[in-house]
Design a binder for this molecule. Structure first.
Ligand code: ADP
Ligand code: MG
Length: 292
């Protein structure tokens, strides 16, 4: 069953002059349709300004479409009475962890969402505990968020969303401000929520290696979906990705260059292990046929 159905969504920001008069529009999302099934791990790629954040904000009703419709778990995001239920269903984690943490201690911060929702106190503590455990931050429950690393802060933000028991979590470049370790921690946490809890994950990123495990990838360009498919399908279209100004992973590029030079490798190699195995297979075949 689909948890998100976006149909022909267009969103226009108004352009204004210094006096605030509208002088035109900027089409940030242009006729986008996409469907996401409950439990999917979706990745959205695209260079800066391609419309990713604008699209993401439609999924939890921060924005509503200028044209088209967005339906989240059966609720039209234009239905004002459903806004809070939609935000509870589809929680959002943003780029900068420092703007998202408000509590003085970690457990208080994570409890803030369910408290606002009117969840009974005893259940709040249960949710805080389970959410912090799910992102591997339970040991820090009594710490001050200020002293945590970027990756840890971001995991606390995720726990804060998780404590509202969402069906879907949208992460808008959650690792953009983190070091490689922090990036790994956050992606690992997101994958675990998907695998273990079956939560739908929509990950917006420009780090290619973060999307390897996605069920489906959408590439945005100038407000439109320019490519979509499994990571393997998308990564086998190396030249197209480069035209869309995306950095193709090193290992995928190496495999692509080897392929061009006549080495029979499969398309869309994404990891070093895959490349090593494919090369070993080529060598074994050559040995068999007496070529080497
Ligand atoms: P991305 O997240 O892929 O970088 P955005 O959705 O932030 O892209 O932006 C898409 C387009 O919309 C860009 O041209 C950007 O300048 C414009 N835009 C984004 N936010 C606003 C805003 N609040 N007001 C006007 N234009 C905006
Ligand atoms: Mg953005």
């Amino acid at each position: 069953m689909e948890i998100i159905r976006a149909k022909d969504v267009t969103y226009e920001y108004s352009k204004r002059d210094e006096e605030g008069n509208e002088i035109g529009v900027n089409t940030a999302v242009n006729q986008v349709s996409l469907e996401v099934r409950q439990g999917d791990f979706i990745a959205i790629l695209g260079h800066n300004g391609s419309g990713k954040s604008t699209l993401a904000k439609h999924i939890n009703a921060i924005l509503t479409p200028t044209e088209g419709t967005v339906v989240v778990d059966g609720m039209d995001t234009r239905d004002e009475e459903k806004v809070w239920q939609i935000r509870q269903t589809a929680g959002m984690v943003f780029q900068n962890p420092d703007n998202q943490i408000i509590g003085q201690i970690v457990e208080e911060d994570v409890g803030f969402g369910p408290e606002n929702m009117g969840v009974p106190t005893k259940e709040i503590w249960e949710r805080v505990e389970e959410s912090l455990k799910a992102v591997g931050m339970y040991g820090y429950r009594l710490h001050s968020p200020n002293k945590l690393s970027g990756g840890q802060k971001q995991r606390v933000s995720i726990a804060g969303v998780l404590a509202m028991h969402p069906k879907c979590i949208i992460l808008d470049e959650p690792t953009a401000m983190l070091d490689p370790n922090g990036r790994k921690e956050v992606i690992r946490a997101a994958r675990a929520l998907n695998d273990v809890e079956g939560i739908t994950i929509i990950l917006i990123t420009h780090y290619m290696e973060e999307i390897i495990h996605a069920d489906r990838v959408f590439v945005m360009d100038q407000g439109k979906i320019a490519m979509q498919g499994t990571p393997k399908e998308v990564f086998s279209r190396v030249e197209e990705l480069q035209r869309l100004r995306l950095d193709v992973p090193q290992v995928t590029l190496v495999a692509y260059e080897l392929q061009k030079r006549g080495i029979p490798l499969p398309d869309g190699i994404l990891t070093v292990d895959e490349l090593a195995e494919a090369l070993a297979a080529v060598r074994a075949k050559n040995l068999e046929s007496g070529k080497v």
